[in-house]
Design a protein around this ligand. Structure first.
Ligand code: FE2
Ligand code: FE2
Length: 450
């Protein structure tokens, strides 16, 4: 825990306290302190009793404006009579204003020590496992949220970055995104209300008619991000299933409105890809539905199960590099830990168990998830089924996912040579067993890109 004392009193009480815990002592100098706070995450800032009220207020304002999650222990002589504003306590529940009766270095030292030790023990009770992680992309879709949000700095260190119900701007969140931050954290006690808030926003958006396909895609992508988050934190509760159904209905409507691969590809690139896991799940939903439409397999139940399986097939993964691996023999063992590889191996079954829990779903939806890494040559996983053992609808799903993977890195413009290469490769791999019929669906939709 990092502690800094602001004091001009370099001779008396404060240095004694600081030497016990290796606490930094800095004189009152706004620029110097701002630079220190920028350089290092400080947990507790102690304002010494020798700092004037206005100067102390100035330090508090800096911390408040920067939304820093620093606990402030503000010591002051009672004779001055001033007390902090209410927002001093609202900003951080551990903030304390300590009035000192008289100048007595022995009792003062004891007082400082007692307050510091009490605060440290209060803060250390707040542990990382009291929080749920939430994809940072969700925060990019809002300008306020109903709970405090935190940033994890280390396995045991977490700081508040967004205040509940206060407006924040997107640049602030984007700054974290650009530094590679993938998650913010919400306290477990706040998560249920937060989940209702985010799923409520998504559901409300689906009720508003969209004016363009780009808006449809954006809305559905946001829906998938929220859904994965709800599933990771709440599993398949009623609110999750409701949001899932809304996303599926929207997905199917979008494909029916724009039944062309070229249009979907073109607009998808415009709607800002976020993360392979969500993007390819959404593209997979469009492509499986398109193939089913072109093959006259498009009953409502078939479209629903293809869309549901697409959205959920990789929900058990949270690493986008892992999600891009099709076969276990493609894994570069240098780049992944044993735990990550184990997670990859298990994710089809984990997804299967999850989908199985949902009531009243079309049959086979869970099987699609279970078989999505089987391959036509029998070298897939988890079961190593061959082309005659994998059900036809699963073969469609497997071909579609392979296609998504090939198209993902392109924006809408793909040259004819690349398309020929894909067609040749797919004809070689999939012209066998139960893959033959879905291969025809693939040929029909790829025509569109020429
Ligand atoms: Fe996938
Ligand atoms: Fe997968």
């Amino acid at each position: 825990m990092k502690i800094m004392i602001v004091s001009n009193d370099a001779q008396t009480t404060i240095p004694k306290i600081s030497s016990n815990r290796q606490i930094k002592v800095k004189p009152f100098d706004v620029q110097l302190i701002s630079a220190e706070l920028e350089k290092d995450y400080i947990d507790v800032l102690i304002i010494g009793h020798d700092i004037k009220y206005n100067n102390a207020q100035e330090l508090f304002t800096i911390i408040k404006n920067d939304l820093r999650d620093i606990t402030i222990l503000w010591f002051a002589f009672k004779k001055n009579g001033e007390i902090p504003n209410r927002d001093f306590y609202q900003l951080n529940i551990y903030n304390k204003y300590i009035q000192i009766e008289k100048e007595d270095s022995t009792s003062m030292e004891a007082l400082y020590t007692e307050v510091i030790e009490t605060t440290i023990s209060e803060l250390s009770k707040e542990k990382i496992n009291d929080f749920n992680k939430v994809d940072i992309n969700i925060f990019c879709e809002h300008n306020y949220i109903c709970a405090n949000a935190y940033l994890k700095l280390s396995p045991s260190k977490i700081v508040k970055v967004i205040n509940a119900n206060e407006l924040y701007n997107q640049e602030f969140v984007q700054k974290f995104v650009s530094k590679g931050v993938r998650y913010l954290y919400i306290k477990k006690d706040d998560y249920y209300a937060f989940s209702e808030f985010i799923s409520g926003t998504v559901n409300a958006k689906y009720k508003t008619p969209k004016t363009s396909i780009v808006d449809d895609i954006k809305g559905e992508l946001e829906g998938i991000i929220v859904l994965h988050d709800l599933i990771h934190n709440l599993n398949m509760d009623n609110a999750t299933v409701k949001t899932l159904n809304e996303v599926i209905v929207s997905n199917i409507q979008t494909v029916k409105k724009y039944p062309h691969l070229k249009v979907i590809m073109e607009k998808f690139s415009l709607s800002n890809k976020k993360n392979y896991i969500y993007d390819h799940s959404l593209m997979l939903s469009y492509i499986t539905n398109l193939m089913a439409l072109k093959m006259s397999w498009a009953t409502t139940a078939t479209l629903q199960k293809l869309s549901m399986a697409s959205i959920l097939h990789d929900v058990a993964l949270d690493n986008e590099r892992l999600a891009q691996i099709g076969r276990l023999d493609e894994i570069d063992h240098k780049n992944f830990s044993w735990k990550e590889i184990d997670k990859l191996k298990k994710h089809p079954q984990e997804g299967y168990y999850l989908v199985e829990q949902i009531k009243d779903i079309p049959p086979d939806a869970a099987t699609l998830v279970l078989h999505h890494h089987e391959t036509s040559d029998g070298q897939g996983y988890p079961r190593g089924l061959d082309a005659s053992q994998i059900p036809q609808i699963c073969c469609l799903f497997i071909i579609a996912e392979n296609l998504v993977n090939k198209l993902y890195c392109y924006d809408h413009k793909i040259d004819d040579e690349k398309i020929r290469e894909i067609v040749q490769d797919f004809n070689y791999k999939y012209n066998r067993g139960n893959f033959k019929r879905p291969l025809e669906g693939f040929v029909k939709i790829i025509e569109d890109l020429k």
